[in-house]
Design a binder for this molecule. Structure first.
Ligand SMILES: Cc1cc2nc3c(=O)[nH]c(=O)nc-3n(C[C@H](O)[C@H](O)[C@H](O)COP(=O)(O)O)c2cc1C
Length: 186
């Protein structure tokens, strides 16, 4: 028997691209546990967020252990959905190779092994993109072939929905939350 209502697990990686938009959206949600890669922990500070402020709103798990103990939550039915947004080139490259050697890559892998749906927003979605540097300056970024191939490959993974814009991310998460809420009353 489940002791708690299932929650949403959300992982942030060290992608400056859309990190503010993702954080601003996820901070509006209830029943979320936030997971940070080591790089995310550094990058969110560069974009003006503090861990203490985020902790006022939701539990935050940092990447401090080799075996990623919190992934055990997936085996207890603690999470209905895993969101990995934004996902760096690095994290996507590892995930598509089946590597799970960090907290966030472990979460993606264990969500899949527990058949928990994942919503993934890779930072590399087009060969040419405008992005926001820390401090607000707009800069161009040109993802390489290998980065775009990673995005393509992860769309074919089981239990994975890949989104390609912030609007699509927000809609996909919102739809999923409605679906989960309906399921819990039937
Ligand atoms: C300010 C800043 C912004 C960054 N933005 C991106 C980005 O948009 N996409 C990306 O793939 N890497 C970006 N990086 C590099 C990643 O943080 C780095 O590759 C890191 O090793 C990723 O680790 P993770 O995948 O475990 O989070 C950025 C780094 C910094 C310092």
């Amino acid at each position: 028997m489940l002791m708690n209502k299932p929650r949403l697990a959300w992982a942030l990686t060290g992608s400056g691209h859309y990190i503010e938009e993702c954080l601003n959206f996820l901070l509006t949600l209830d029943d979320v546990d936030l997971y940070l890669s080591q790089a995310a922990e550094e990058v969110i500070k560069m974009y003006g967020f503090t861990l203490n402020d985020i902790r006022q709103k939701m539990p935050v798990y940092r990447d401090k252990a080799a075996s990623s103990p919190p992934v055990g939550h997936f085996y207890k039915g603690y999470y209905h959905t895993f969101v990995m947004a934004p996902a760096t080139s690095n994290t996507i490259a590892k995930c598509v190779l089946g590597i799970s050697d960090s907290l966030v890559t472990n979460l993606y892998s264990q969500a899949g092994k527990c058949r928990v749906p994942s919503i993934v927003y890779p930072c590399d979605i087009a060969p040419e993109m405008e992005t926001t540097a820390p401090g607000g300056k707009k800069v161009m970024v040109y993802p390489r072939k290998i980065d775009l191939e990673g995005t393509e490959k992860i769309t074919a993974f089981e239990y994975t929905s890949v989104v390609k814009s912030v609007d699509e991310l927000i809609k996909t998460v919102a739809d999923r939350l409605v679906f989960v809420a309906k399921e819990s009353v039937t």
